[in-house]
Design a protein around this ligand. Sequence first.
Ligand code: HEC
Length: 157
Amino acid sequence: MQIATRSVSAALAALALVAATNAFAHGDVTPQAINISGLDPLKDSATWEETNPYSGNERAAEIGHHAFAQNCARCHGIDAISGGIAPDLRETLPLGTEGDEIFRERMINGAIRNGVTYMPKFDGIVAQEGLWAIRSWLETVSVDAPPKDAAKPEEKK
Ligand code: HEC
């Protein structure tokens, strides 16, 4: 009986440790669920898309703007205008597949070096749909994005 009690408290202590470690690994951020209603769900949300499936989708950008405010703005700045803590994603994240690749890599791995979490990973914590929605919004605020009042962006180039 004595032993059983002890192993239970050992298990509880181990659990508490896991919880504490997780809190630290998230870089002191509480990830917020993203409401993705209005977006077509991905066929397989466990496998990462190579490129943004919602690129140019206005509803996705709207969702992404809100989700960015909840999950990313505390480091990357409100409306992605960085105050210097983290890169200014309007400038550092290229449009198109190159930017998608950088984005994807960060969502999966975060930025963790020598055991220090500079940025938490979001894969498995926030739905992939919501993360690509953030990417869709980031595309609209990119320094390379066509101006909002451009008549027909597809006529360019
Ligand atoms: C705890 C702070 C923090 C949070 C929260 C955070 N980031 Fe970051 N992010 C950083 C830092 C710091 C870097 C630079 C990492 C490095 O030094 O390698 C970074 C890098 C990036 C990069 C790579 C930029 C580049 O120029 O290479 C992307 C993309 C990115 N973050 C997107 C996001 C998105 C999207 C979110 C929200 C879902 C987010 N981050 C949340 C701190 C954060």
